[in-house]
Design a protein. Structure first.
Length: 119
């Protein structure tokens, strides 16, 4: 019995170490949504499962469904974020070009008229 508890504790510690090492980088929107969905699904599944006498099974099923749903929602949110970032980059480029053209117009306006006749 004691050996079994030590093995379970060791397995839990190993699992925790793997989970923590996997989180060394910031989570993406998709990953955050998957975790939140899985947690909410597991909690809801455990509550519903407890009502019918199987909280573990309810938590497992709810967690899997929640994680899947969270991943789908997170994927869509991440795609939207990437698209918005690309659009912002394009706007920044266009604004730089507009500023450059305005500076060129000002420069040409301040030139003597004889230089402008050459164009």
């Amino acid at each position: 019995m004691r050996t079994r508890q030590i093995r379970q504790g060791g397995a839990a510690a190993l699992a925790l170490a793997v989970i923590i090492s996997g989180c060394s980088q910031p989570l993406s929107t998709r990953e955050k949504s998957t975790l939140v969905g899985g947690g909410l699904g597991a909690a809801t599944g455990a509550i519903i499962g407890a009502a019918v006498g199987a909280p573990g099974a309810g938590a497992a099923i709810g967690g899997a469904l929640g994680a899947g749903t969270g991943a789908l929602v997170g994927d869509q949110m991440q795609k939207r974020d990437v698209q918005e970032a690309e659009q912002q980059h394009e706007l920044d480029q266009e604004n730089r070009e507009i500023r450059r053209q305005r500076e060129e117009i000002k420069r040409l306006e301040h030139q003597p008229s004889s230089e402008m006749d050459e164009y």
